[in-house]
Design a protein around this ligand. Structure first.
Ligand code: E4P
Length: 217
C-alpha cells in the first residue's frame, strides 16, 4: 500500500520524505490555508520534494470553472493531480480533465455509488473520507470495503485513497482491505513508528552492551 502525506506543510513533507516511505501528497483548501506563502509556489515545492502524485484542489464550484482551474493547476508541475469535489460538476470536470491527460482525484466521497460514478468518469483516484463518516457514527472502513469490491468486480483502474485518516488503525485496516493508498496527517505517520516495547528493547540492548563492555557504543 502506498502512503501519502495529507498536508501542505513543507517541513513535514521534507522530514517524512527523507525517511523514504512517502509516495505522494494530498492537500485541500483547509490544509493550504494554514500555510504561509503563495499556494502555487508551495505546490511546486511539494512536487519537487515528493516526486509522486500531489493532489491540488480546485475552488470553483461549476464544471467549466473546475476545468479551467484544473488545467491551470496542472501546469504547475507534471506531478500535480487535480482534486475535484464529488458532484455533477466534479464528475463532469473529472471526465474532461482526464480526456486532457490530467490526473484527477475525486474527493469528498461518502458512498459506494459516488465512488462508482467517479470510476466511470475515469478518475485516477477516489478519496473516501473514513474519519468524517466515523464522526457521524457510520463505519468509514465499511465504505472502503464496498469500493474495493465494486472496483474489483469491474476492473476499474481508479486507485482508492483512504482519506480523513485519524489514527494508526485506519492505516492498518486500509491495508488489510487492499486499498491502494492511505493518506495520513503527519501525526498519524508519527504514531505508526511508535511502540513502547521497541523503545524499551533498544534501551535494554544498549544498557546490556554498556554493562558488559564498559561504555556505550
Ligand atoms: C483528503 O484528501 C483530505 O485532504 C483529508 O483527508 C480530509 O481529512 P479531515 O477529515 O481530517 O479534514
Amino acid at each position: 500500500m502506498k502512503l501519502f502525506l495529507d498536508t501542505g506543510n513543507i517541513r513535514d513533507i521534507e522530514a517524512y520524505c527523507a525517511i523514504g516511505i512517502i509516495d505522494g501528497v494530498t492537500t485541500n483548501p483547509s490544509l493550504m490555508a494554514r500555510e504561509e506563502g503563495d499556494p502555487r509556489a508551495i505546490t511546486k515545492r511539494i512536487c519537487e520534494i515528493v516526486r509522486g502524485p500531489v493532489s491540488a484542489e480546485v475552488l470553483a464550484t461549476d464544471a467549466e470553472g473546475m476545468i479551467r482551474e484544473g488545467r491551470d493547476l496542472a501546469a504547475i508541475d507534471p506531478h500535480v493531480v487535480i482534486k475535484v469535489p464529488f458532484g455533477k460538476a466534479g464528475v463532469q470536470a473529472c471526465k474532461a480533465l482526464r480526456e486532457d491527460g490530467i490526473g484527477v482525484n475525486v474527493t469528498l466521497v461518502f458512498t459506494p455509488a459516488q465512488a462508482l460514478l467517479a470510476a466511470k468518469a475515469g478518475a485516477s483516484f477516489v478519496s473516501p473520507f473514513v474519519g468524517r463518516l466515523d464522526d457521524v457514527a457510520t463505519d468509514g472502513m465499511e465504505l472502503v470495503a464496498q469500493i474495493v469490491e465494486i472496483y474489483e468486480n469491474y476492473g476499474y483502474q481508479t486507485e482508492i485513497i483512504v482519506a480523513s485518516v485519524r489514527h494508526p488503525m485506519h492505516v492498518v485496516q486500509a491495508a488489510r482491505l487492499g486499498a491502494h493508498i492511505c493518506t495520513c496527517p503527519a501525526a498519524v505517520i508519527e504514531a505508526l513508528f511508535k511502540h513502547p516495547l521497541t523503545d524499551v528493547g533498544i534501551e535494554r540492548f544498549l544498557r546490556d552492551w554498556a554493562a558488559a563492555k564498559g561504555a556505550r557504543p
